[in-house]
Design a protein around this ligand. Structure first.
Ligand code: SIN
Length: 297
C-alpha cells in the first residue's frame, strides 16, 4: 500500500477542527467536524481537498439536510458542474441529478450495478460526484468502491509498461446505444436521451495520472470500455477481463453504508463504483452533482 495523505490527523484537527479517519486501508475516509450547510473557509477547503486527493472518497456523516443551493456550493469547491446526457434531473434544478429506485423496481431497472466510472465515454469524463442520501431503505442499498491506483500498482512492471502506451475506446453503446439490451434501465434515464449519443466513442489512456498527486491508475471499466485502440474487441477481451478481475479484490476496495443526509464525495477518475441492489420492495432516493473532469492523460 502507498503512503496516505500528507496532513496528519493532528494537524488537521488542530487547524480546523476537521477530523479525517480512514475507512479502509485501500481508500476512503470519514470527515467530521465540518458543517456543509456553511461555505467552507479556505483552510477547511485545503484540508478537505488534501484528504480527497489522497483518500479518493470522503463520507460526511452526521450532516443536517442540505438545500439544493448548499449542495451545489459544496460541489463547486472541487470544480465546475458537468451535465451528463442521460441522468435524470431534479425538477427545477438543472445541476442536481436524481438516483432513484422505486419500491416497484426490479433488478434490471436499477442503474449502476456493474463496476464503472461514470460516463467514461465522454471526451472529458467527470472528475467526481457529490451525492447525498435523501430516502433510504431500512437496510441495504450500499455503494461499493474500488481504488484504481491499487489495481494498477498490483500489476507486474512489464504489464504496467505495456499498458502505459495503450488507449482504450469507450462508448455508452451497451447502455443506451442502438443495440442496447438494457431497455429497462433506459426507462430510468432522462426521457430525451439519444441513442446516437450512445454511439459516440472516445479513446482514453488505459493508465491515467492524477493531476494533483501524480499517482497512476487504471482507466478501463466493464460498462463503457469497448476495446483497446487498434485491437479488435475479441483480442481485447482477455486482457480487459483480467484487469476487471482485480476490481473484485476486497483489499482494493470499501463498501459505504448510507445514512440519512450523509454526503459522499468520490473521485470518478481513480475509483470505480457499483450500486448494490439488495433492497427490492423499498424506495431509495439520492441526489447528486457531477464535477467536471479533465481529458484523461
Ligand atoms: C451510480 O452508479 O452513479 C449510483 C450509485 C448508487 O446508486 O449507489
Amino acid at each position: 500500500m502507498t503512503a496516505r495523505h500528507p496532513l496528519s490527523l493532528e494537524d488537521a484537527q488542530a487547524r480546523t477542527g476537521i477530523q479525517i479517519r480512514p475507512i479502509t486501508g485501500a481508500l476512503g475516509a470519514r470527515v467530521t467536524g465540518i458543517d456543509l450547510r456553511q461555505p467552507l473557509a479556505t483552510e477547511q477547503r485545503d484540508v478537505v481537498q488534501a484528504a480527497f486527493d489522497h483518500h479518493l472518497l470522503l463520507t460526511f456523516p452526521g450532516q443536517q439536510p442540505l438545500s439544493p443551493e448548499q449542495h451545489m456550493r459544496f460541489s463547486e469547491v472541487f470544480g465546475d458542474h458537468q451535465d451528463l446526457p442521460h441522468i435524470p434531473l431534479v425538477e427545477g434544478y438543472p445541476k442536481l441529478q436524481e438516483v432513484l429506485a422505486e419500491a416497484t423496481h426490479v433488478k434490471g431497472q436499477v442503474a449502476g450495478q456493474n463496476w464503472h466510472s461514470d460516463s467514461s465515454f465522454l471526451s472529458a469524463p467527470p472528475l467526481g460526484v457529490a451525492m447525498r442520501a435523501v430516502e433510504l431503505p431500512d437496510f441495504g442499498g450500499d455503494t461499493a468502491f474500488v481504488n484504481m491506483c491499487l489495481a494498477y500498482e498490483s500489476l507486474s512492471p512489464a504489464l504496467q509498461q505495456m499498458l502505459a502506451g495503450m488507449k482504450a475506446v469507450h462508448s455508452a453503446t451497451r447502455v443506451f446505444g442502438k443495440a442496447s439490451q438494457e431497455r429497462e434501465v433506459r426507462l430510468n434515464m432522462r426521457a430525451n436521451t439519444s441513442m446516437d449519443e450512445g454511439e459516440r466513442e472516445s479513446a482514453h489512456p488505459v493508465v491515467r495520472t492524477h493531476p494533483r498527486t501524480g499517482r497512476k491508475g487504471l482507466f478501463v471499466n466493464r460498462v463503457y470500455t469497448q476495446r483497446f485502440e487498434g485491437w479488435t474487441a475479441e483480442e481485447s477481451a482477455p486482457l480487459l477481463q483480467y484487469l476487471y478481475s482485480l476490481y473484485d479484490r476486497p483489499e482494493f476496495g470499501c463498501r459505504i453504508e448510507w445514512h440519512p443526509d450523509m454526503m459522499l464525495l468520490w473521485d470518478n477518475r481513480f475509483t470505480q463504483h457499483r450500486a448494490i441492489f439488495d433492497y427490492q420492495g423499498k424506495r431509495r432516493y439520492l441526489v447528486r452533482t457531477t464535477i467536471q473532469g479533465e481529458r484523461p492523460a
